[in-house]
Ligand binder design. Structure first.
Ligand SMILES: *[C@@H]1O[C@H](CO)[C@@H](O)[C@H](O)[C@H]1NC(C)=O
Length: 665
């Protein structure tokens, strides 16, 4: 017994020594770096802490503030989104978080982000963090170095302007489907209030990625599948599980994404044994998903072996299979960079996740903010009337329309949504273990210690007042509007915009057209890390647009590892919003505060009051968004009304200045 106690005692002492030694070493390294630093008791990303912190944080906050105020914010989940720039305002735009086991560098400075993302060899991606996305095979998002080059070469080929045009067309098509779906829903339910905007938009995005990524045509649940639908699409689009499956494809994907954390953290054998419904569903959707993807993969392989070309669309998965086939079976030596079947599965999964949830969020959050900002929605309506008029959307021409749309108030709406709600609010990099790395910030030179983990805080740099034009807030007296969704910010000199014309903040607008010209997509360039692999960057001509400083705006990350699908995502969002807003308005539902009859009897000031409550509630719910994979609403709903233009209850009169124009409609 005494021996046992002694052993425990010794272990505790050794542990403590390690702890203290680690802390001292890391503090010394932080001191030497020249950067500001804070010291915390453990790493903010320590998994048990991440999972259970909602229990501890309220308790810790009861202790004297001085004990925790330096390290608790950065230890909070969704740090960048929750605290935005506030905590950086205390510590500095680049600071180190030192704990016994690690050093993390939090970054909300454009100049630093620019260097870190351009120097990919020095600051590779912190791929340990991405294990969660490796469950179905390694993929372009989760690997580094030579493997990344191979994945990138294989996947990037599909991200070109020709395919962006295809996505544009498909997005128009699916948006019309979504509108019909909503019409149908309204016709069939008692209240016209829409509670399912988020999931419906997810369906919209899934339909698109299924087509673009896998050549599948999924019909909307309310629509009869066309007679000439190919059997594979019919199977994957079926509303009932096909034989041998427990859920239909759409369900399997949805449930899988919702449960991705559980699947990662709880071992499979345990999940199978615990009689807990969410676990069972997670396991089930996982198994179904794997089966669906395997079948698709087999089909693609057969197609390629038979020498069939993909019939239509992009078919990213077919493309990966084809290049693998050509590289291994074709004449000449098999190339080293070719992807395994497992890696094809992995990339298929990433395309689903990245091409689906993120875009859906962008559309959904834009709709919500449109509803919350009637005046700007009205302006957007008028601008769209000018840009697309009543031309039938199915006949819209990508080449002719995309750049004017991107450079319009519509583009500003999209850009502002991605500023306020970046799909991924923190992006992890790491300093290689072999040496320290210099970093220049505001003319001072710092040395980032080797092995430091780096977090690029998108939501923080997006709210850093030094980079963005602002105006006084409309909601919080005495503050500026940097935290608010103000699309006009992107249009310089616009009457309503931030415009930077108040001189006090004046985000540093620069005309980056020249730079952009140079960055047009060059997929074959390998290892040329200065190239922006983020995809095509269209040139839009208007010199009046606000251009954030390089590194200040990173919704798609930046540099070589920027999102491959960026152009495609933007095109998809723009097309969807243009189609929706051409004929419809989005309003907040006010059912919580007044019935339809009551609203009908209301005068102007009463309406304004009731809508004001809905707006305040909306802003609150949006702030409650959290990241599982991407930043979105989990468990909360903002009820909307999608109404034909001319039939609005609020949007048409909220703003005095627009009143006369309403008469014409
Ligand atoms: C929005 O962002 C896109 C892509 O970065 C850009 O091409 C476009 O000009 C921007 N639009 C506005 C109005 O700022």
């Amino acid at each position: 017994m005494r021996l046992f106690a002694l052993a425990i005692g010794a272990a505790v002492v050794v542990g403590l020594l390690y702890y203290v030694a680690g802390l001292r070493r890391n503090i010394a390294a932080a001191k030497a770096s020249g950067l500001p630093y804070v010291v915390g008791p453990f790493s903010p990303w320590f998994l048990p802490w991440q999972i259970s912190q909602h229990v501890w944080i309220p308790i810790i906050r009861l202790l004297p503030k001085a004990w925790w105020e330096d390290w608790l914010p950065a230890s909070t989940r969704d740090y960048s989104w929750v605290f935005r720039h506030d905590d950086f305002a205390r510590h500095g735009d680049v600071f180190l978080f030192v704990s016994p086991g690690s050093i993390i560098m939090f970054v909300a400075n454009a100049e630093a982000i620019n260097q870190i993302t351009q120097r990919r060899e020095h600051f590779p991606k912190h791929i340990d963090i991405y294990q969660i996305l490796n469950q179905f095979g390694r993929n372009v998002l989760t690997v580094e170095g030579a493997a990344w080059r191979a994945h990138r070469r294989a996947t990037a080929a599909s991200f070109n302007e020709r395919n962006a045009a295809l996505v544009f067309r498909e997005s128009v098509h699916q948006s019309l489907g979504l509108l019909r779906f909503w019409d149908d829903k309204r016709a069939r339910s008692e209240s016209p209030t829409l509670f399912t905007a988020q999931e419906d938009v997810m369906r919209f995005a899934l339909n698109i990625i299924s087509y673009v990524g896998f050549g599948l045509r999924l019909p909307w649940p309310n629509e009869k599948a066309p007679d000439d639908l190919d059997p594979v699409s019919a199977k994957y689009g079926a509303a009932k599980p096909p034989p041998g499956f427990r859920s239909c494809f759409v369900e399997a994907v949805g449930t899988l994404l919702e449960n991705i954390m559980t699947l990662l953290l709880v071992p499979r054998w345990l999940i199978a044994r615990i009689p807990y419904k969410p676990f069972r569903e997670a396991a089930q959707s996982h198994d179904d998903y794997v089966k669906y993807i395997d079948e698709l993969l087999k089909l693609k392989i057969q197609e390629v072996e038979k020498g069939q070309r993909a019939a239509k669309g992009m078919d990213l998965m077919g493309q990966l299979v084809r290049s693998r086939y050509e590289a291994t079976k074709g004449p000449g030596k098999p190339q080293p960079g070719v992807l395994s079947l497992d890696e094809i599965r992995g990339n298929a999964f990433i395309m689903l996740v990245a091409g689906h949830e993120t875009t859906a969020n962008a559309v959904h959050f834009t709709l919500i903010h449109l509803a919350g900002n009637p005046a700007s929605q009205r302006r957007l309506h008028h601008e769209l009337d000018r840009l697309v008029g009543d031309k039938d959307p199915e006949a819209w021409d990508y080449d002719e329309m995309i750049n004017p749309l991107m450079a319009s108030l519509l583009g500003a709406w999209m850009n502002e949504t991605l500023r306020v709600l970046p799909p991924v609010s923190e992006m992890p990099k790491v300093v290689t273990r072999d040496r320290d790395q210099p970093l220049v910030v505001d003319g001072a030179r710092y040395v980032v210690p080797r092995g430091t983990v780096v977090s690029l805080c998108a939501a923080s740099v997006h709210n850093n007042p030094r980079y963005w034009p602002t105006k006084p807030s409309r909601f919080s007296p005495g503050e500026n509007d940097i935290h608010e969704h103000v699309p006009e910010r992107w249009i310089l000199g616009s009457e309503e915009g931030g415009g930077g014309d108040d001189g006090s903040h004046g985000g540093r607008a620069r005309n980056e057209e020249e730079e952009e010209k140079k960055k047009e997509m060059e997929v074959e360039v390998d290892g040329a890390d200065r190239e922006d692999y983020g995809g095509f960057q269209g040139r839009d001509t208007s010199a009046k647009l606000f251009r954030p400083e390089s590194g200040a705006y990173i919704p798609f990350s930046f540099g070589a590892r920027a999102c491959l699908g960026r152009r495609i995502a933007q095109v998809e969002v723009i097309a969807a919003l243009a189609v929706l807003l051409r004929e419809y308005s989005v309003e907040l539902a006010v059912d919580e505060w007044a019935s339809d009859d009551e609203v009908a009897r209301m005068g102007r000031s009463q309406k304004a009051e009731v809508y004001g409550r809905a707006q305040a509630s909306m802003r609150k719910v949006v702030r409650g968004a959290t990241s599982l994979l991407t930043l979105k609403l989990h468990g909360e709903v903002i009820p909307l009304r999608i109404v034909r233009r001319g039939e609005e209850r609020f949007v048409n009169w909220m703003d005095g200045e627009e009143e006369e124009e309403e008469e014409e409609e």
